[in-house]
Design a protein around this ligand. Structure first.
Ligand code: PMV
Length: 331
C-alpha cells in the first residue's frame, strides 16, 4: 500500500482597502449622490485551498488589537456553506489594518477581498464589486454599494446610486483639502442605524426625505468643488477648504437632526473646529464611529491632530483612530 501524500495546499491572497464616506451617507441608500475616499489601510485575506476541512486559522487586526472577535464573526457568516463563497475546503486567515465596526469599511473590504479571491485573477472590478455587494447584503440588508465600491476604486469617487442595482460612479481628482480623520466608539451597528432611518421614514416620510435629499444635494455641490480643483500646484493649493467645510457642517446638522450624532462625536467635531477646521462631520452610519474635519493647511492639520489627542484624553473620550490625510501641498 502506497504512502498517502499530504494534499497540496494552494495559497492565494487578495486585499481590498478601507474608506471614509465624505458626503451622502444614508442618503445613498435612497438613491441620492454620495462622495467617498479610499483609505490606504487594507485588509488582506489569505486562503489555503486543499485542506481537509474549511477553517478560519488566524485573524489579526493591527490597528485595533482585540477587534479580531468581530472580524471572525463576519468571516464565519460569509464563509458559511450556504453563501457558496468557497467550493473546496480551505483555511482562511485575515490581516487587517482597519479597525472594524467604526465606519472605515472593514466589512466591505472583507467582502471585496473574499470576492476577489474566489473569482480569481481574471475577474474585473465590476464583477468583483457585484459579488462583494451580494456578500455585504448579509450584513445590512440594503447596502447602497458605496462601501464595497470604495474598497475597490482608488482615490475620491462620486457615486450616483440606483438601488437596488449598484451605483454609477465617477472618479474625481484628489480631495483638495487636508483631512483629520478620527473615530470614537459606536453605540449601534450599521444595520441598526440604517433600519432606524427606514423606520423614521415610514413614520415621517416627507420630512425625512427632504433631509436625505438635501444630503444628496450637498454631495453634488462638494463633488463640483472637487472637480474644479484639479491637482494642487507644486507649493500652493487653491483654497477649497471653506466651501467643502461648509458642506461638511451642513451635512452634520442634517445627520444630527436624523439622530445619528452623539455627545462624543459632537465634542470631537467642536474640538476640531476650535482647532481651525473649516468644517467637520461624522462619516458613515453614525451613532459614534468615524468622523473627519476639513483643514486648510498641513500646519493646521498637525496642530488639530495634537489638540484632538489632548482634548479627548482630558475629557476621557477614547479615540479609537486618529490620522492626518494631508492633500499634497498646503500653504
Ligand atoms: O457603516 P458604514 O460607516 O460603513 O456606513 C454605511 C453607509 C450607509 O450610507 C449608512 C449605508 C450604505 O449602505 O450606504
Amino acid at each position: 500500500m502506497g504512502i498517502k501524500r499530504p494534499e497540496k495546499m494552494l495559497t492565494r491572497r487578495a486585499a481590498a482597502r478601507g474608506k471614509i464616506i465624505l458626503f451622502g451617507e444614508h442618503a445613498a441608500v435612497y438613491g441620492f449622490p454620495a462622495l467617498g475616499l479610499q483609505l490606504e489601510e487594507e485588509l488582506m485575506v489569505t486562503l489555503k485551498e486543499g485542506g481537509r476541512e474549511a477553517s478560519i486559522q488566524r485573524i489579526r487586526c493591527s490597528r485595533a488589537p482585540g477587534a479580531e472577535k468581530r472580524l471572525r464573526k463576519l468571516l464565519q457568516e460569509l464563509a458559511a456553506p450556504q453563501h457558496s463563497v468557497f467550493r473546496r475546503a480551505a483555511e482562511l486567515s485575515v490581516r487587517s489594518e482597519l479597525p472594524p465596526g467604526l465606519g472605515f469599511g472593514s466589512s466591505a473590504a472583507l467582502c471585496a477581498a473574499l470576492a476577489k479571491l474566489y473569482l480569481g485573477e481574471g475577474a474585473g472590478t465590476a464583477e468583483i464589486w457585484k459579488e462583494a455587494h451580494r456578500l455585504e447584503k448579509l450584513f445590512h440588508g440594503t447596502p447602497s454599494g458605496i462601501d464595497t465600491g470604495l474598497s475597490l476604486i482608488p482615490g475620491t469617487t462620486l457615486f450616483l446610486p440606483r438601488p437596488p442595482a449598484l451605483p454609477e460612479f465617477r472618479r474625481l481628482p484628489d480631495f483638495p483639502a487636508g483631512l483629520l480623520v478620527g473615530a470614537v466608539p459606536r453605540s449601534a451597528g450599521t444595520a441598526d442605524l440604517v433600519a432606524r432611518i427606514a423606520a423614521e421614514r415610514e413614520k415621517n416620510g416627507s420630512a425625512v426625505n427632504r433631509l436625505l435629499s438635501e444630503l444628496g444635494e450637498v454631495s453634488g455641490k462638494a463633488a463640483e468643488m472637487v472637480e474644479q480643483s484639479k491637482r494642487p500646484h507644486q507649493d500652493k493649493m487653491p483654497d477649497y477648504s471653506a466651501g467643502l467645510g461648509a458642506c461638511a457642517d451642513r451635512s452634520q446638522e442634517i445627520l444630527a437632526e436624523l439622530g445619528l450624532s452623539t455627545a462624543e462625536l459632537d465634542f470631537c467635531l467642536r474640538t476640531a473646529r476650535e482647532a481651525g477646521a473649516r468644517g467637520a462631520k461624522l462619516s458613515g452610519a453614525g451613532g459614534g464611529g468615524a468622523f473627519f474635519a476639513i483643514m486648510k493647511s498641513r500646519e493646521e492639520l498637525e496642530d488639530a491632530y495634537s489638540r484632538m489627542k489632548r482634548s479627548c484624553k482630558r475629557k476621557g473620550i477614547p479615540l479609537l483612530y486618529l490620522k492626518q490625510y494631508p492633500a499634497a501641498g498646503g500653504d
